[in-house]
Design a protein around this ligand. Structure first.
Ligand SMILES: CC(C)(COP(=O)(O)OP(=O)(O)OC[C@H]1O[C@@H](n2cnc3c(N)ncnc32)[C@H](O)[C@@H]1OP(=O)(O)O)[C@@H](O)C(=O)NCCC(=O)NCCS
Length: 167
């Protein structure tokens, strides 16, 4: 199917806000809970202003006018860390296993190369098999593990650190 991946702008704010609140409402066992959802002000912070244009990226996946996926990336702030950044992503469950996650990663990496990043990092819950497999298939390696960092209800999970050199 012809999904479009694009860099989000202010005009996408309402659509991203709607999508993310839907997603958080699912209480997925791989994304931190937000009992009160996400505000438009928080979503706006994902969208780079002119100052952050080389440091921050928000990509959305569209099916027609509907936002069906979102990826946010940001550069680390401290001088010794600025060659790298980390990201978070999600796809609407109705569209899982259609290649949308892979497309979002591909576009992020293009943008990161264009903006002289050397490395991309991420954190993922150890139970999140689909995400770990997606990252592994796309060249992200295991770089460490924070034991028992996540407790939700009666479940305890490790936080896996993954990374990919692109420089
Ligand atoms: C993790 C996540 C982003 C993956 O997104 P996705 O769009 O399903 O990813 P893709 O479709 O690119 O790849 C997933 C699988 O579908 C397969 N696939 C891709 N295109 C396909 C197609 N046209 N037909 C069948 N399978 C396909 C891929 O090969 C891959 O297979 P695998 O799981 O056996 O390795 C999604 O599951 C998600 O949003 N999860 C909840 C949020 C989350 O956990 N985010 C990550 C936090 S770290």
């Amino acid at each position: 199917m012809g999904y479009i991946i694009k860099i989000a702008t202010d005009t996408d704010l309402d659509a991203i806000h709607g999508y993310l609140n839907f997603l958080f409402g699912l209480r997925l066992e791989g994304i931190s809970l937000r009992e009160h959802g996400i505000s438009k002000i928080e979503v706006k912070d994902f969208l780079p202003d002119n100052k952050a244009i080389n440091d921050q990226l928000c990509l959305i996946a569209l099916n027609g006018d509907d936002v069906i996926g979102c990826l946010t990336f940001s550069r680390y702030g401290k001088p010794e860390y600025r060659h790298a950044g980390n990201f978070g992503m999600s796809v609407h469950p109705d569209y899982w296993k259609n290649g949308v996650g892979g497309l979002l990663l591909e576009e992020m990496e293009k943008w990161c190369r264009k903006h002289d990043f050397l490395k991309i990092e991420l954190e993922v819950w150890s139970n999140n098999i689909d995400a770990i497999r997606l990252y592994g298939k796309n060249g992200y390696s295991n770089e460490g593990c924070r034991k028992g960092s996540i407790i939700r209800g009666s479940n305890t999970y490790d936080l896996l650190l993954m990374g990919k050199w692109i420089g």
